[in-house]
Write a protein that binds this ligand. Structure first.
Ligand code: G6P
Length: 480
């Protein structure tokens, strides 16, 4: 019998949470999808990825393998909300070498256009390899016969290769949440061949954008002389597919939060506390140098200086979520952003009415949704970003059909969100003009563009993304 196409799940499925395949699913990601609660229990973490995968794992009796986030945490396997969780212990030294070092001080900058110099250290590489092997061995020990293993992100690129050697019966998939760089940059990495070999242990490797998939295929060809045709690489007697699966958000959940009475009340309170300005500009990012937060603050300052924006009527709210605080480049970025916020407020604020409101905090998701709704203009201006889910969350939260998104061409989201005001953030003047265009945009055009953005994200939510990836992985595993 023909399988139904992945975009049209079988109507006889019992639950909308059921996975699109009938084999057991095992997920591996650097972090487990749970957080500790105040009473020493666990609860699922916020975030679209967890919300999409958790119900599927529950339905299929699946398992998730990952690090708890604490050093030397060799907790026994446990269950939260019907999902089996297998912690992988990472020592304090390995956090420094594998996580802060190789993952976030070598791979992260290199994969984001080499925006910062990478540190290449053999000690860090050894720790990366050791932790990846530990993940692979845990997976090899627990994955049921013929199951489907889905590995996530740049911290775990060696896992597929090691796992393939141990368990040839498994179907192995990998999704890279960040960009895969052009060969010219990728080949700087001293261990480039090992990384490509690791990924070639998969049946399917998924990317956010077509350029990522093409860069990977080109790297496999150049470094290993692997044959390739269309979206497949042939290596070691096997076919490895490279596919494009742009990730999304839980649209229904954001919409439901945005529609809640508490959120609506919060939106009026936020605007009142900001002094009821004409325009609230908003930035929401992890405090990462890839996000272009400083650039956006400088553009705002220039517009105030030139009188193109009036500080009495325009305010900016910048939420910067703390992240990777032990890595020097992140400390430097924070210092620079906080210097800029101070400088701009010193020049343009008046008593009781700062022109930039800066929160270096991790806000609860419902507070973020209220901020999205309160924001008239959302500024998403990364130098490079795998996708950028904030852009999609902003559009999902604007159930009022209003609001303007200014979006960098260098975010993966720019492929789909073509109704945003798209901008090259490296171009100062273009960024300033894009902000003014958003602020002055006529209501009719704002509504038309927001309708386009909302149509687009409704067509592809995170549940659909996970279903498409798993269905393609199942098919790739069955064929090879
Ligand atoms: C990005 C990466 C994820 C990572 C997240 C938060 O989205 O693609 O793999 O989990 O940032 O970073 P952190 O280092 O705190 O896990």
């Amino acid at each position: 019998m023909d399988e139904p196409p992945p975009s049209q799940p079988d109507a006889s499925e019992q639950s909308p949470d059921a996975p699109p395949i009938d084999r057991p699913i095992v997920i591996a990601a650097n972090r487990l999808p749970v957080m500790r609660t105040d009473d020493h229990g666990w609860t699922p973490s916020p975030g679209g990825l967890v919300r999409a995968l958790y119900p599927m794992l529950r339905e299929s009796g699946g398992t998730w393998v990952g690090w708890t986030g604490d050093p030397d945490d060799a907790a026994d396997p446990f269950t939260v909300d019907g999902v089996d969780l297998h912690p992988v212990a990472v020592t304090a030294d390995e956090i420094e070498l594998y996580y802060e070092g190789f993952s976030n001080d070598a791979l992260w900058p290199l994969y984001h256009d080499a925006l910062r110099e990478s540190t290449y250290s053999i000690e860090q590489w050894d720790a990366y390899r050791a932790v990846n092997e530990r993940f692979a061995i845990t997976l090899a020990n627990i994955a049921p016969e013929n199951s489907v293993v889905w590995i996530h992100d740049y911290q775990l690129q060696l896992v597929p290769g090691v796992l393939r050697e141990q368990r040839p019966d498994l179907t192995i998939g990998f999704f890279l949440h960040i960009p895969f760089p052009p060969v010219e940059l990728f080949t700087r990495l001293p261990w480039r061949t090992e990384i490509i070999r690791g990924l070639l242990g998969c049946d399917l490797v998924g990317f956010q954008r077509p350029t990522g998939a093409a860069n990977f295929v080109a790297a496999a060809h150049q470094l290993l002389d692997a044959e390739h045709a269309d979206d497949s690489v042939f290596y070691d007697g096997r076919e490895v597919q490279a596919g494009v699966f742009p990730i999304s958000i839980d649209v229904a959940e954001v919409e439901a939060m945005a529609a809640g009475r508490a959120t609506r009340r919060q939106v009026s309170q936020i605007r009142a506390r900001l002094g009821d300005p004409e325009v609230v500009m908003l930035g929401v990012d992890r405090l990462d140098y890839t996000k272009g937060i400083g650039l956006r603050l400088k553009a705002f300052a220039k517009l105030l200086e030139d009188g193109r924006l009036d500080p009495a009527h325009n305010v900016m709210v910048q939420v910067a979520t703390p992240t990777r605080e032990a890595v020097e480049a992140y400390q430097d970025e924070r210092a620079e952003i906080e210097r800029l916020v101070g400088e701009i407020n010193g020049r343009f604020s008046s008593i009781g009415l700062p022109v930039v409101h800066y929160l270096y905090q991790t806000l609860p998701y419902d507070d973020l949704v209220a901020l999205y709704r309160a924001g008239d203009v959302m500024l998403v201006t990364p130098f490079r970003d795998g996708m950028n889910l904030v852009a999609k969350e902003y559009a999902a939260a604007h159930i009022d059909g209003d609001g303007v998104l200014v979006l960098s061409e260098f975010a993966g989201a720019a492929d789909e969100l073509t109704d945003a005001v798209l901008v090259n953030p490296h171009d100062d003047r273009a960024l300033q003009d894009a902000i003014v265009e958003a602020v002055e945009m006529h209501r009719h055009e704002r509504r038309e563009r927001m309708a386009g953005l909302r149509d687009q994200i409704r067509k592809s939510d995170v549940q659909g993304w996970a279903h498409r990836f798993l269905a393609a992985l199942d098919a790739a595993g069955t064929r090879s």
